[in-house]
Design a protein. Structure first.
Length: 405
């Protein structure tokens, strides 16, 4: 099937409007996916500073291309009123404050559902809206620690995983929640409140790890299989990913010319895992990534060369799937959401918005007239198209960490 990146309105979420105050990572990742799938996404930012993630421009761009930005001072009653006008004709609203903050600002679930009873309202927080940890500040590493991920590795203080797993998983579950709530709204006409916790999201991903502990039964780990792991080669590293399949094990050993290991069962391999791993490693060190990759591909061995990000950008499989695409007129290439629907792989249509770059048009679409918008601009409640200074972004980041993230 040929994958194309469409640029028309025929996307599954076309016609949906999303308003988001969720900053940094989980909310922007969720709305990035929805934007690529056709939803119109408006991010509400702080005048001047914008999202604290703007201090890392490539990071911010990767998550916020294809969106529109309105800058509103939410510490003013006029700003709150303006946001309510935006939400009145929105389908989805996201916030990423600590529990209770949205209510104090006057934009909690009860306040906004009074404006739009069909609204899907999503709160993304570290530990959820209730429980003894609900008000704790933390970032991804601490959620991983609390959820047990780091307890499963021998040296958790050596961070080798580049993915912010809590942020990404909660963003994905937020999308699932939104789509579920929209389906519910189709049948009832009513909106929903969705409480997404980063720790809960990791707990859900840890289901196969936690089930044995929760039920007092013995755990059997894939890591005990010597055919599953990363091995050094003459010029790099290569992964083998046999998951207890004896037929793959036999072809692997035959390819590596290790006849003494052929026909070992999974149970036998687990029982002598360390010694077998050492033998595999010794053999793989005798030649290059390219050599082993060619042989493994020919003999149907589950493998992959350990690639760098530069390797991935140039990978022919990535190109064939259209996973890195250019937005119209943006002058940059972006990673699209991964779904291919009816042969179409939807990506961003536009580049990265300036802080408040769409304030006037978004507010006008929400029903504010020119005079109302002018008064908000004059009062500094709304700002337009000005990039934040480094000092302003730093200040915004500190505010996020201390009080609202």
């Amino acid at each position: 099937m040929t994958v194309t990146t469409d640029s028309d309105a025929a996307r599954p979420l076309a016609g949906m409007r999303v308003v988001s105050m969720a900053e940094q990572y989980p909310g922007p990742y969720a709305t990035m996916i929805m934007s690529d799938l056709g939803a119109e996404v408006v991010i509400v930012e702080r005048p001047g500073t914008g999202d604290p993630a703007r201090q890392f421009p490539p990071f911010f761009a990767a998550l916020n291309r294809g969106k529109r930005s309105v800058a509103i001072d939410m510490k003013t009653s006029e700003g709150v009123a303006a946001l309510r006008r935006l939400v009145a004709n929105a389908d989805i609203f996201l916030e990423g404050f600590r529990p209770g903050t949205a209510d104090r600002l006057g934009i909690g679930w009860e306040e906004l559902r009074a404006v739009n009873d069909a609204l899907v309202y999503v709160s993304i927080s570290g530990f959820g809206q209730d429980g003894p940890y609900r008000l704790r500040p933390a970032h991804d590493l601490s959620y991983q620690a609390a959820a047990g991920l780091l307890g499963e590795v021998e040296t958790p203080w050596r961070l080798t995983d580049p993915l912010a797993t809590a942020d990404l998983s909660s963003g994905l579950f937020a999308v699932i929640g939104c789509l579920s709530a929209l389906r519910h709204r189709d049948s009832t006409g009513q909106g929903s409140y969705i409480d997404v916790a980063m720790m809960d999201s990791l707990i859900a991903l840890m289901a196969t790890n936690l089930h044995p502990a929760a039920n007092g039964i013995e755990r059997v780990w894939i890591e005990d299989e010597p055919g599953y792991g990363i091995y050094a080669t003459l010029d790099g590293h290569i992964s083998l990913s046999l998951s207890y399949e004896d037929w793959f094990w036999d072809s692997t050993c035959a390819t590596l010319e290790l006849p003494e290991l052929v026909s070992l069962t999974a149970e036998q391999r687990r029982a002598d895992s360390a010694a077998i791993r050492a033998r595999l490693q010794e053999r793989l060190l005798t030649n290059s990534n390219d050599h082993w990759a060619r042989l493994f591909a020919e003999t149907d061995v589950p493998f992959a060369v350990v690639a760098t990000v530069d390797d991935v950008v140039a990978d022919p499989q990535v190109a064939a799937r259209g996973m890195i695409t250019a937005a119209d007129g943006a002058g940059a290439r972006y990673v699209r959401q991964p779904l291919t629907i009816n042969g179409r792989g939807s990506g961003p249509l536009t580049g990265v918005p300036q802080v408040g770059g769409d304030s006037v048009s978004v507010l006008a679409e929400a029903g504010l007239d020119q005079a109302e918008i002018g008064r908000l601009l004059d009062a500094g409640v709304v700002a337009v198209g000005d990039s934040a200074t480094d000092a302003q972004v730093d200040e915004g980041s500190q505010q996020y960490i201390k009080g609202q993230g």
